[in-house]
Design a protein. Structure first.
Length: 293
């Protein structure tokens, strides 16, 4: 199908992706209705509308570049602010609960696959994406979508379904603090603090407050991310050439698994270095918005 913007019009397509990402982020932080919907949904739905009315092409080398370069760079950037040592020293009980929940998510995904595999195409890929998303969020979703090379239309459909179900869950969770029974039996210090401040900010605007960031922060963040991705690609390629068994190549030769493991290891060895960096979460999140568009 011909589109108003051709698939090889590289600068215009990159311009649209960047501009619509910015619009989605601005709306999410400016309007409460957009915050409730989430910027990710705005980014995705907007791009879907422009594609279906013939403005954007459904396929393009520009989109392939997002999968190949933007998503891998987002992974280490979003992990840089994790304090691995603090997680193990201060959150053992919570970490155990999280691992139990993650295990339940995996088992549920496996059960759902066998129940629905004859009704939903590419459910093996979709199941991995959904399971990863519910365990670790949007960055896991993006990584699995890229790893499994899921067709784009199924990625979009899965994002919509994923966010619809999460919206229902969030509605239930958000409703809990408003119920009298919970107010009587549980302390709610965060809710009390927000009510006391009464600054009128929506949740997205409140979370993404302006912070100090220097040229050095940007340079070190991007330099470290590029270095980790480059080393991970080489390590994964080496293991693919050494091992022939699919299980071994799928594990040790997986770029995203190697990248995540290497990043966590580096953060564990040099925690203070990464703690001092500002802007890594913002840069990584922006890259994920490019992915959603």
């Amino acid at each position: 199908m011909n589109s108003f913007i051709s698939s090889d019009d590289v600068w215009v397509l990159w311009g649209f992706i960047a501009v619509w990402s910015a619009v989605s982020i601005y709306f999410e932080q400016r309007f409460k209705w957009a915050s409730a919907i989430s910027g990710a949904i705005l980014a995705l739905v907007g791009a879907m509308v422009f594609t279906n009315i013939g403005v954007l092409p459904a396929e393009s080398p520009v989109y392939d570049s997002v999968w190949a370069y933007v998503v891998p760079l987002a992974i280490p950037l979003l992990l840089f602010q994790i304090n691995v040592r603090q997680i193990f020293s201060e959150s053992r009980r919570l970490l155990f609960i999280f691992l139990v929940s993650a295990g339940g998510t995996v088992l549920g995904s496996i059960a759902a696959f066998f129940l629905l595999k004859n009704h939903i195409p590419f459910l093996d890929k979709i199941g991995g994406m959904i399971s990863a998303s519910y365990i670790g969020g949007g960055i896991n979703f993006a990584a699995m979508a890229a790893k499994f090379e899921t067709p784009g239309e199924y990625v979009s459909a899965t994002v919509v379904a994923d966010n619809f179900m999460m919206a229902m869950l969030f509605f239930i969770l958000i409703s809990i603090p408003a119920l009298k029974w919970f107010q009587i039996h549980y302390d709610m210090p965060f809710e009390d603090k927000v009510k006391a401040e009464g600054n009128g900010e929506n949740s997205a605007e409140s979370y993404w407050k302006r912070k100090s960031i220097s040229l050095k922060d940007i340079a070190v963040n991007m330099g470290a991310a590029f270095a980790l991705v480059a080393v991970s690609v080489k390590i994964a390629g080496f293991f693919k050439s050494v091992f022939s068994h699919p299980l071994l190549t799928g594990t040790f030769g997986d770029q995203y698994l190697v990248l995540t493991t290497l990043t966590v290891l580096v953060i564990f060895l040099f925690p203070r270095f990464f703690e001092k960096l500002n802007g890594s979460q913002e840069l990584g999140t922006y890259f994920i918005y490019l992915f959603f568009v």
